[in-house]
Write a protein that binds this ligand. Sequence first.
Ligand SMILES: Cc1cc2nc3c(=O)[nH]c(=O)nc-3n(C[C@H](O)[C@H](O)[C@H](O)COP(=O)(O)OP(=O)(O)OC[C@H]3O[C@@H](n4cnc5c(N)ncnc54)[C@H](O)[C@@H]3O)c2cc1C
Length: 379
Amino acid sequence: MSHADVIVVGAGPVGALAALRLARTGVRVLMIEARAQDAPVRDARALALSWASRALLADVGAFPDSVPASVIDTVHVSQQGRMGRTKISHRDLGLPHLGVVVDYPALNKALVDVLAKAGVMVKWGSRVCLVNSLARYAAVTLENGEMLSARLVVLADGGALAAGLPGIRRHVHDYAQSALLAQVDFEEAPAGVAFERFADAGPLALLPHAGGTMLVWTRTSEDALRLQAEAPEQLAAELQQALGERLGRVTAVGERTVFPLALRQLNRVVSGRVVMIGNAAQTMHPVAAQGLNLGLRDAAQLAEILSDAADPGDAQLLAAYAKSRKRDSHSVVGFTHGLIRLFDGSAALTGAVRGAGMTLLDAVPPLRRRFAGYLVFGV
Ligand SMILES: Cc1cc2nc3c(=O)[nH]c(=O)nc-3n(C[C@H](O)[C@H](O)[C@H](O)COP(=O)(O)OP(=O)(O)OC[C@H]3O[C@@H](n4cnc5c(N)ncnc54)[C@H](O)[C@@H]3O)c2cc1C
């Protein structure tokens, strides 16, 4: 059985950032990733990353100019058929930009390249099927029967492996909704502006992307599948109705992808010598584009707390990590879940009250700055 200081399961963006930051502090890290090294990452997600997340990635060299990214300078929030809107600007926070939009595969490739340069060992094409925590070490078992051990196992696998661990329960809320993603181009989409619109059919985001916009539209799962199957003109027509004339006519609709949506949150993120980070700890609705931003903060904070640790699986250190992440995680998950409830038709609040809230945010700069700071930096 081979041994490392820390095993990180999952070389997605969160696991990769954790491994890089841990390796930098001299920890012997072994990553285990189910995907084969040369297998293409097929993922249509365009991710809105805050300026703070970009800084975390740039700090490990994983945000070179070679990563194609579109900047976000303004976020424009509105609701269909109601007065009231708010605009959050990078100027509210004195930052060069609020954030960037980057394709999941491009970000993944940048991180994988940096892992190779940093000499972090990655066991590609290896799926972990079992995790055990013992008194002095934790062990993972691969599908081929091989066992590996470490003082600490970090699960950044997106969520499946935590379920079997002692003391871990997972709260799941199925939204019965899906996100429909498509590149959509408009006649007059302004550069650098992300739109968040609470449309009658479901909240939609338009992120600056590849010279046009990436649509992320939350619909009932039935609707999302219908819009995926129907002619692109149907999506264009429904989108036009939800947005009005603000961006001009839709000129092109690209390939459409559907992601079913659920909230999954663990009651605790540490079980013995195993810690869960990123989507493995919490998977949330993409309405506020916060999932990866939160996960990157998990990764950075874990590496920070473990730097100089004699034993990275030390119970007190892991408890300190869990405590330090609780407020950020709970408030971002709560905020995201609350947004969905606030804007769904069954909420007791009327559209007028929601509109008044947005107008207030727009009219009171200190409030807006606080809100913007929360979106960019977390809690
Ligand atoms: C439609 C949509 C839009 C989104 N938009 C945004 C956005 O704009 N901004 C934002 O911040 N977030 C967004 N998110 C959330 C974001 O995608 C996730 O938070 C992020 O991908 C989580 O990263 P991760 O590294 O934790 O997990 P993942 O990206 O899921 O990576 C997990 C890795 O673990 C590997 N793995 C899985 N199981 C095993 C195993 N048993 N053994 C070994 N390896 C394994 C996988 O192959 C993968 O490489 C969005 C999500 C969706 C669905």
